[in-house]
Design a protein around this ligand. Structure first.
Ligand code: GLA
Length: 566
């Protein structure tokens, strides 16, 4: 510690150029949203839309470990696993209302008494994967403990349990404040010592809205920087000489600035980002302080202070990105620690489309809900489809729009509505997460009810192939009159899927010229004299020349796979 002088003799330090000082100046900077620069989230999962089952749509809070395991068995025994369904996802209500003595989440002590790790092992033994759920809030939507502010612990817990899918809801979310603290000094000390370097706001470089103000009631110089909020301004100290590598305490001397909560990011050497929140205060004095531990390198270090959060969207993006990173960190850590292969966790963002997750979702996770919750009725399904069909450009391998879990087989949906719902999700390249009772597909004698209409839909391999096509391109609506839509989805090998959708209550004739499909720049179908068409639900093959047309029943679709006849 001999290299350090007492912080109280900061003038001495400055005179002796121990900390090179930057001239205070204001440089107008753009208030670019942080999201733009963030990397794509990629963990090797969901290269095609994830397929599985989740407990919420049908079972709500009536779940327990036996039910989940029975569903997993039914997934395997019914042949659904062979069709590609692999995740068995436990939605809300799996957790105890109290964390354990180490602050870790645990299964409900009465309904999941064996614990989630044991359930993972049993489900894995069937060749399937287990998924789990919490909320990006202080509680889940059913008011149970959740992961906001517990991201690292919970991600590690899930990784240790061997969970492979994680749905992160948005109930009880607390947004990151857009306000920023007002900073007068930054002091760096070694833990266990009060000696250190103090940097003064008036010596910093200011950008954007950052501005130096004075409050004579403050101790020391009374000068502080304001204007660091809402991605509008920042304060820099470059070239701060640090005598040795190591861990330091960074103490912010603050100007108490009202009752609103504040958030600050400290970027050190352009790489390490530390964040802290500052509760609104109304103290006796005008001086406040906040402390974090940082790692510094010997030699010159740079420090940037700002709040890059300008909106609810920034906040949600940052919080989900944070959890995504923690999951990736945790799965690697656990794999190394246990000397086994990494089990990446498919990360499902469930923020209901509130903060346009299609814009930032690919920087945070593998899929993002586009709308509020689905219900097992035609209006709900069509409403969600209408919102999601517009978002085609955001979907692709590894990162998908999620129009919510399927309701096929639930409520009073007709056979046509079930087929239409499933077809639309296939065309949308949507995750196929089933929401019905899979146990119904197995007869009491253990045999599979192959005639079950719902099972036939969910296991239609030709429809699934459209959804799972490796190109990973979401369909586009190329024609619509409001009641009837024509959707086109490019597929591998220059093939396409076409879906005629009749949303209305009367039978409709829908037709489309092949030239209209071909001229869409995204469609890969070559122009040809004849085309081979496979009507997927009728399972009939036929040829066409110039146009495709069909009578489509109410609340129904026609689903085709088409290739040029060579
Ligand atoms: C929210 C989600 C649903 C479900 C419930 C559970 O409503 O959007 O999908 O997870 O919470 O409480």
């Amino acid at each position: 510690m001999a290299d350090f002088k007492k912080s109280s003799v900061a003038t001495f330090l400055r005179k002796n150029k121990i900390c090179p000082v930057c001239t205070a100046k204001r440089i107008m900077a753009s208030t670019q949203i942080h999201i733009d620069g963030a990397d794509k989230f990629s963990n090797g999962t969901a290269l095609t839309p994830p397929m599985g089952w989740a407990s919420w749509n049908l079972f709500r809070n009536r779940i327990n470990e036996d039910l989940i395991f029975d569903i997993a068995k039914a997934m395997r025994d019914s042949g659904l696993a062979d069709c590609g369904y692999q995740y068995v996802n436990v939605d809300d209500c799996w957790m105890s209302s109290t964390r354990d003595e180490n602050g870790r989440l645990r299964g409900d002590l009465a309904t999941f008494p064996s614990g989630i790790k044991a359930l993972v092992e049993k489900v894995n033994a069937l060749g399937l994967k287990l998924g789990i759920y919490t909320s990006n809030g202080t509680l889940t939507c059913e008011d149970l403990p959740s992961s906001l502010y517990h991201e690292r612990t919970d991600a590690e817990t899930f990784a240790e349990w061997g969970v492979e899918y994680f749905k992160y809801d948005f109930c009880h979310n607390i947004p990151i404040p857009t306000n920023a603290p007002e900073i007068s000094t930054v002091t760096l000390t070694k833990p266990g010592s009060s000696e250190g370097i103090t940097l003064y706001a008036e010596d910093a470089e200011f950008r954007g809205n950052a501005i130096l103000l004075t409050d004579e009631k403050m101790a020391e110089t009374g000068r502080y920087v304001s204007g660091l909020e809402s991605a509008g301004g920042s304060m820099y100290f470059s070239n701060v000489e640090i005598p040795e590598d190591g861990v330091y305490t960074l103490t912010l001397g603050l100007h108490k600035a009202g009752l609103r909560d504040k958030y600050l990011e400290i970027e050190i050497n352009d790489t390490d980002v530390y964040s802290l929140t500052e509760p609104g205060t109304k103290g006796f004095t005008h001086d406040g302080r906040n402390q974090i531990t940082v790692t510094l390198k010997k030699g010159l270090n740079s420090f940037k202070f700002h709040n890059p959060v300008a909106s609810r969207m920034d906040s949600a993006a940052k919080q989900y990105r944070n959890m995504g990173k923690e999951l990736q960190r945790a799965t690697k850590l656990v794999a190394e620690r246990e000397g086994r292969e990494e089990k990446p966790i498919c990360f499902s963002i469930c923020e209901w489309g509130r903060n346009k997750p299609w814009i930032w979702g690919h920087t945070a996770g593998n899929l993002w809900r586009t709308t509020p919750d689905i219900k097992p009725n035609w209006l709900s399904i069509i409403g969600i489809y209408e919102a999601t069909v517009l978002l085609y450009k955001y979907a692709g391998p590894g990162n998908w729009n999620d129009p919510d879990m399927l309701e096929v087989g639930n409520g009073n949906l007709t056979d046509d509505e079930n087929k239409a719902h499933f077809s639309l999700w296939c065309m949308l390249a949507a995750p196929l997460i089933l929401g019905n009772d899979l146990r119904k597909f197995i007869r009491p004698d253990g045999s599979v009810d192959k005639d079950n209409k719902v099972l036939k839909i969910l296991s239609n391999k030709d429809a699934i192939a459209i959804n799972q096509d490796k190109l990973g391109i979401q369909c586009r609506r190329i024609k619509s009159n409001g009641l009837c839509d024509v959707l086109v989805k490019p597929l591998e090998n220059n093939e396409i899927a076409v879906c005629f959708l009749n949303k209305g209550p009367l039978e409709m004739e829908i037709s489309c010229k092949m030239q209209d499909i071909i001229k869409e720049s995204f469609a890969v179908l070559p122009s040809a004299k004849e085309y081979d068409v496979h009507d997927i639900w009728e399972d009939k093959k036929f040829e066409i020349r110039d146009s495709l047309s069909a009578k489509v029943a109410p609340h129904s679709v026609k689903l085709y796979r088409i290739k040029a006849d060579d």
